[in-house]
Design a protein around this ligand. Structure first.
Ligand code: TXA
Ligand code: MG
Length: 315
């Protein structure tokens, strides 16, 4: 963990070169992806990866996603089956993370996998993330760039609000387009949903031509990082609220009179993109009690409701 000031770098070639140098020297760099800002370190470097856990205050049993430039590079680290090939072909680069058997000799730090023999890999669809992967030319381990248990960052300002002085740099590439983290699938056996996210489950099932096993299925292990209280703003959260009660701030969805609205027109894609920014705003407002409008549970609504349920969970 660093205690010096955190550099803000531009998303140009000079900024990306500097960011890659810092990664190469074992430092920590936050960078934008299409989903949320990640907190990156060289995935092969135990000390650097340990720095991620320290900066975030993250429980060490929670493994990290490794970001790679393309599917071809991913094949060097993990073993694909037919399902995984098909999914990577359809959705990479993009907001899909695949958990696959790690190759022997992959060279990935055990702190990345939390000692498991599986590895979560993803090819991000963001020019700055891709530029950094090209400049660094190696695997970048990156969880979301927030202190553990807090709301994920979708701007460089959010990153600095949580981690300034604890990381070496942030590359400011503007706000993230998708706004919720990637969808995580286990492809170890029958494809299973570990975390709803930026690629809707319906699109994945259409691609595979079969339903996914769901997180509540007792046959599949839960992603170890799915701690119950997560994504939490400072205030208490009440879900499926049709209106605010005394003392509550209403986080709306659709045409309701709300203090903040995820999408006045009821667009789930817009709501995903604004979700974490609004939760950060509620913290900045000092909201002590937050009521949230009902969100339909299809498309990106599944990921939004998953994050909101964690925000509302007892702490
Ligand atoms: O969109 C995203 O996925 C963002 C950006 C930065 O790429 N990253 C992200 O990382 O959300 P993080 O660390 O906040 O969430 C990673 C999740 C955790 O719940 C973790 O338990 C799960 O991925 N995970 C990582 N490796 C795994 C593995 N080998 N098996 C099962 N779950 C795994
Ligand atoms: Mg996270």
């Amino acid at each position: 963990m660093t205690t010096h000031a955190t550099l803000t770098l531009g998303p140009d070639q000079a900024g990306l070169r500097r960011a890659a140098e810092i990664l190469g020297a074992g430092g920590l760099v936050s960078f934008p992806t299409e989903t949320v800002y990640g907190l990156g370190a060289d995935a092969r470097d135990d000390r650097a990866v340990a720095g991620i856990y320290a900066a975030k205050g993250r429980p060490s049993f929670n493994p990290l996603i490794v970001h790679l430039a393309d599917a071809k590079t991913a094949h060097r680290f993990v073993v694909f089956n037919d399902h995984a090939e098909r999914l990577a072909g359809a959705f990479w680069p993009g907001a899909l993370t695949l958990v696959l058997p790690m190759r022997e000799g992959a060279g990935i730090s055990k702190l990345v996998t939390a000692g498991q023999e599986t590895l979560a890999v993803r090819v991000p669809d963001h020019p700055v993330a891709q530029g950094l992967l090209a400049a660094f030319d190696g695997p970048i381990a990156a969880p979301s760039a927030n202190p553990s248990g807090r709301v994920s960052p979708t701007t460089a300002t959010h990153v600095l609000a949580g981690l300034a002085g604890r990381i070496d740099a942030v590359v400011d590439g503007g706000p993230c387009g998708v706004g919720v983290e990637s969808t995580i699938l286990s492809c170890l056996g029958a494809p299973a949903l570990l975390r709803a996210g930026g690629i809707p489950v319906e699109a994945i099932e259409a691609c595979l031509g079969q339903p996914l096993l769901r997180p509540d299925d007792p046959a599949i292990p839960v992603a170890p990082g799915q701690l119950h209280s997560h994504y939490a703003p400072q205030g208490r959260v009440r879900l499926n609220a049709t209106s605010a009660q005394e003392g509550e701030v209403l986080l709306g969805f659709g045409p309701v009179a709300a203090d903040l609205n995820l999408s006045p027109s009821g667009d789930l894609i817009e709501a995903a993109a604004t979700l974490f920014g609004h939760l950060h705003k509620l913290d900045a407002m000092g909201a002590a009690a937050i009521a949230v409008s009902p969100i339909p549970n299809h498309g990106l609504g599944l990921a939004i409701n998953d994050r909101l349920q964690r925000a509302a969970a007892p702490r």
